[in-house]
Design a protein around this ligand. Structure first.
Ligand code: SF4
Length: 285
């Protein structure tokens, strides 16, 4: 059997755990809840929660008084929170405390007169929520998702404040911040990348170059899982991103002696365990 190295940081992060537990509780105690988009980027967990009547709100569906709405760990813009309050629905706020911290930092930067650069993915729900706080506090700023955008859009005068989407790559953050610091006289930086993300990324950087094959488990639409796969692939081309055990092609493991496994923050332990068992089965004998 091949040696299997499972990253200690693999699996649910603190914020996702809170959100999934809140969703389970909503299902069991309130008979269900609506979420604006999938509660986490993991199809298997989403379908488990659907059985508890926790489901995505349909775009054309009107909320009724007494409905329960669960705010996901990504958070929402303040205008959305107000809309929910006005609709008289029960709100369960499962916004991750680390995401709330990004909102606070944005408001602080605006109050202190900084132009705000959000290092993050355009259109990501967390970034939409953060932009909402920027607008609500009367601030000015932009989202940048790569160096090209930053170079093109960085204001040449005034003071600039920086925050990051919690799941951004540390490497891109460092590169972007370095460029801003070189070109702007007054800069205030808050590294709001959450530890859960950086610890996971650092562990993948250690494991991937030292194994024959690296398997990254997590939703294909999960930003943090995609970044883990990207980092791993850069260090080890034999990297495969799967959502569940039955996607493993036995050919990937033929003659391989050391297999590394990690998983995004929205991957539950039971899926990781199934993958470990499958790898054991395919590499024994
Ligand atoms: S990755 Fe970090 S910020 Fe995002 S939900 Fe998990 S703990 Fe919160």
């Amino acid at each position: 059997m091949a040696e299997i190295i499972v990253a200690e940081s693999a699996g649910f992060c603190f914020g996702v755990k809170i959100a999934v537990e809140a969703a389970e509780k909503a299902g069991k105690e309130f008979g269900g809840a609506y979420t604006d988009g999938p509660i986490i980027h993991n199809k298997q967990v989403v379908s488990y929660l659907e059985k508890l009547n926790v489901k995505e709100l349909d775009k054309n569906q009107e909320l009724k008084e007494g409905d329960t709405v669960l705010i996901r760990s990504h958070g929402v813009p303040p205008a959305e929170e107000r809309r929910l309050k006005e609709a008289n629905v029960n709100v369960i706020d499962a916004t991750c405390p680390f995401v709330k911290k990004v909102h606070e930092k944005v408001r602080q930067l605006v109050e202190e007169g900084y132009y705000v650069i959000i290092i993050g993915e355009h259109g990501h729900p967390e970034v939409i929520g953060t932009l909402g706080h920027l607008e609500e506090s009367g601030g000015r700023g932009i989202v940048v998702s790569n160096m090209e955008e930053l170079v093109k859009n960085l204001p040449r005068t005034g003071k600039v404040g920086v925050v990051a989407q919690t799941t951004q790559s540390e490497d891109f953050f460092r590169e972007a911040v370095g460029y801003i610091a070189e070109n702007i006289e007054e800069v205030k930086i808050f590294n709001t990348i959450c530890d859960a993300t950086s610890v996971r990324q650092e562990e993948v950087k250690k494991i991937a170059p030292n194994v024959d094959v690296m398997i990254i488990i997590g939703g294909k639409h999960s930003g943090n899982t995609n970044r883990l796969a990207q980092i791993s692939r850069y260090l080890n081309p034999n990297t495969y991103h799967i959502e569940k055990a039955d996607e493993i092609d036995p050919k990937w493991l033929e003659g391989k002696e050391k297999i590394g496994i990690s998983a995004g923050a929205s991957t539950p332990d039971w899926i990781i365990n199934e993958v470990v068992e499958k790898v054991k089965e395919l590499t024994s004998g």
